[in-house]
Write a protein that binds this ligand. Structure first.
Ligand code: UD1
Length: 451
């Protein structure tokens, strides 16, 4: 392919997916926090695809709405395959919408582990029809690639294969890259005289061979083309994806002493020399700068953290949490929509939600921002250098001025000026000898009861 080539993709997703036993359409199940079909869409786009057509079934309105909500009209169109008559028929349903490409890449929506570099090799291949194959000792269920003199000439589906063909270990991964000018004729030649009475896309290989069309093969790993049909398959795909993501972060100089216990999202960004201790979980949209430490058992989602920030152990950072340079979040602290500026500390047992904590402020143990009145959320603003004593309740909306001190166990519902001390504790009252009298009284009444 040259730079001026137009590359389009057709992604098939009209299959019933009934083995998933779920109300959610199969390709909307997530792997590493992203719906499977979007893994495929992203891989296609990374390989240079400029336009994608997704094939759905008539009953998959949820799927169509979900895709449309996330993808722009210019890059993606949806089509409906009226009856599920096979992969060849599904591609036919998409043809009128693919524009005028030079090459068409055909992919399956349930293959979340498909790698962009594999697709790149396929589109760059000089052949008119390029197959994706892999070698395996467990070929059961896959179409087998039949070669003559080392070149592919046909694919035989497992259900149609005789005993000899079933011994072939070179399997069809499903994806195809086809010269777009040849594709309509090849599809028109498909018939459904096979074990499943379907129009098999794979039959275009034999048709191409019969017409002396040049056929190529790209080999990949079995896992790259893994189709997910069941919840077990989904768990397997997740495990494989996590292995890839852990390796990516290790290669980017993230330190992990037990990477196998850390779970990432597809979009997690972590800067070099950051340390992730065991059993941390990264939900989507986390972006961590360099040299940040995340201690064990922490859970992060929708977080930005700048250089030198320290998090955890046992911290829960929810969406909208921004940590400044060297900010510290300690154990059993939950944050949400909280901007915690440079050098500020929330070290123990706190809830900080809808809040802005100024530079160098110190939030004592057990401090709670009471941000919700049952109807609305309100903002807590704490000035730079303020000191909030332990066990303080900050009833939002509320502002604490720069450098102010709040006495421990206070309930603050009004603005506190900069550099003031504010406290709402009841004054200490001491009654000397009270407990001695109390015990004597109690002991006497116990003696009466015993009699
Ligand atoms: C397909 C290949 C097989 C290959 C395997 C790799 C064919 C005929 N067979 O088999 O050679 O080894 O993938 O995983 O292509 N779909 C539609 N409409 C339909 C039927 C299927 O959109 O009418 C979609 C499905 O949603 C799925 C994809 O096509 O995303 C593949 O269909 P599936 O039935 O899973 O094909 P396999 O049996 O896996």
């Amino acid at each position: 392919m040259t730079d001026s080539s137009i590359l389009s993709a057709i992604i098939l997703a009209a299959g019933k997916g009934s083995r998933m036993k779920s109300d959610l359409p199969k390709v909307l199940h997530k792997v590493a926090g992203l719906e499977m079909i979007f893994h495929v869409i992203n891989a296609a786009q990374s390989a240079g695809v400029s336009h994608i057509t997704v094939v759905t079934s008539p009953i998959q309105e949820d799927l169509r709405n979900n895709i449309l909500a996330k993808a722009s009209d210019e890059t993606l169109t949806l089509t409906v395959q009226q009856e599920q008559l096979g992969t060849g028929d599904a591609v036919k349903a998409a043809l009128p919408l693919t524009g005028n490409p030079n090459k068409t890449l055909i992919l399956f929506g349930d293959t979340p582990l498909m790698r962009p570099d594999v697709l790149q090799q396929m589109v760059e291949h000089s052949a008119d029809v390029t197959l994706l194959g892999f070698m395996t000792d467990t070929p059961e269920g896959y179409g087998r690639i039949i070669c003559e003199a080392g070149n592919p000439v046909a694919i035989i589906e497992h259900k149609d294969a005789d005993e000899g063909s079933r011994k072939i270990k070179l399997c069809n991964g499903g994806a195809l890259a086809v010269n777009a000018a040849l594709l309509p004729d090849l599809l028109n030649g498909l018939e459904k005289n096979n074990a499943q009475s379907e129009y098999y896309l794979t039959d275009i290989v034999a048709l191409a061979h019969a017409q002396n069309i040049n056929i190529g093969l790209v080999e990949c790993q079995q896992e790259d083309t893994m189709g997910v049909d069941t919840k077990s398959g989904l768990a397997k795909a997740e495990a494989l994806m996590q292995t890839r993501l852990r390796q990516k972060h290790l290669d980017n100089s993230v330190t992990m002493i037990a990477p196998e216990t850390v779970y990432f999202s597809y979009d997690t960004v972590i800067g070099p020399d950051s340390t992730i201790e065991p059993h941390c979980i990264f939900g989507i949209d986390v972006n961590i700068d360099i040299s940040v430490t995340i201690k064990g058992f922490s859970h992060l989602e929708g977080v930005r953290a700048k250089t030198g920030a320290q998090i955890g152990p046992y911290a829960r950072l929810r969406p909208g949490t921004h940590l400044g340079v060297n900010a510290k979040i300690g154990n059993f602290v939950e944050t949400k929509k909280a901007h915690i500026m440079k050098d500020a500390k929330v070290n123990h047992l706190s809830y900080i939600g809808d809040a802005h904590i100024g530079e160098g402020a110190n939030i004592g143990a057990g401090t709670i921002t009471c941000n919700y009145d049952g109807y609305n959320k309100h903002l807590t603003e704490i000035g730079a250098g303020a000191f909030i004593g332990s066990n303080t309740s900050l009833i939002a909306p509320v502002k604490i001025g720069e450098g102010a001190y709040i006495g421990s166990s206070s309930i603050i519902s009004d603005e506190v000026n900069a550099d003031s001390l504010a406290l709402t504790r009841a004054p200490l009252r001491e009654i000397e000898g009270w407990s001695v009298k109390f015990r004597m009284k109690k002991n006497k009444s116990d003696e009466k009861k015993d009699k």
